[in-house]
Design a protein around this ligand. Structure first.
Ligand code: FES
Length: 265
């Protein structure tokens, strides 16, 4: 884990209020694993004081060398609005990579990836990693859900990796008009995967975990939560453990990726 000044290589809107920022760094992110995150200080001033957490969306590679990371973010408040104003050529304070990653059993050949809204952010990196690890992409399936078509992100990137993609929206503006867990449940009825990985809102994760447990399939979830320090110091990211009486877990240090049975939903 490094704290360093990264150079902004690009910072562009890819959809309404959705941006991708490319950050090149002196210290490589070569060992970053899918699911890990970084804390970004979004402005050079004191306001906002705290860094904000963002999943690593992709690694930036040049000549087979990792030169930095790309972050996918949504402009939802003051911090991300400030981040959207930052220009290529400027620098940004980056802390990371932080947290746990998705760890798939070596024997896993069939993986289901489930993402709701911005929960897709770490999943493109994971999909790239799986394909690079010789997994047959057509054995895996991606399930993307959103409220509207504008929430369905990165479908082209999964398709380019030859991963079959199912899309759903609440309003029917793209894909099937249902919850993302409906096509997941259908697919589980045909051939269950070796593992399910999911990221998105807690209610979606709770439903995914329920489906995985019903079919006795291992499941890992990446949770989205507020973080102030990213390093276990503020205790602001506590999550309730599944087993009553056990210590609370911390999303920044114990997660953000957890085995599904570690958490209470
Ligand atoms: Fe501070 Fe997790 S963000 S303890």
């Amino acid at each position: 884990m490094f704290q360093q000044e990264a150079h902004i290589a690009w910072n562009r809107a890819i959809a309404p209020a959705i941006f991708k920022i490319g950050l090149t760094c002196r210290h490589g992110f070569a060992r970053t694993k899918p699911g890990q995150f970084v804390m970004l200080r979004v402005s050079e001033g004191l306001e906002p004081l705290l860094r904000r957490p963002f999943s690593v969306h992709k690694l930036i590679r040049k000549d087979n060398r990792v030169e930095g990371i790309e972050v996918l973010y949504k402009m939802v408040g003051k911090g991300t609005a400030l981040l959207a104003t930052r220009k290529p050529g400027e620098t940004l304070d980056v802390l990371g990579p932080l947290g746990s990653s998705f760890v798939l059993p070596p024997s896993a050949r069939k993986v289901f990836i489930v993402a709701g809204g911005m929960g897709v952010a770490p999943m493109v990196f994971l999909a790239q990693h799986l394909v690079a690890s010789d997994l047959n992409p057509s054995d895996c399936e991606v399930f993307l859900g959103g409220r509207t078509c504008e929430d369905l992100l990165c479908t082209d990137e999964f398709t380019a990796l030859n991963l079959p993609v199912h899309t759903t929206t609440d309003d029917g503006s793209a894909g099937d008009q249902c919850l993302v867990t409906h096509p997941l449940e259908n697919a589980m009825g045909h051939t269950a995967p070796d593992v399910i990985v999911a990221c998105g809102p807690m209610d979606m994760l709770a439903c995914v975990v329920g489906i995985a447990e019903k079919h006795k399939v291992p499941c890992q979830v990446s949770i989205e939560t507020m973080m102030a320090c990213g390093m276990g110091a503020c205790l602001g990211c506590a999550v309730e453990p599944r087993i009553e009486g056990e210590h609370y877990l911390h999303a920044c240090m114990d997660g953000p990726v957890f085995p599904a049975d570690a958490l209470k939903f």
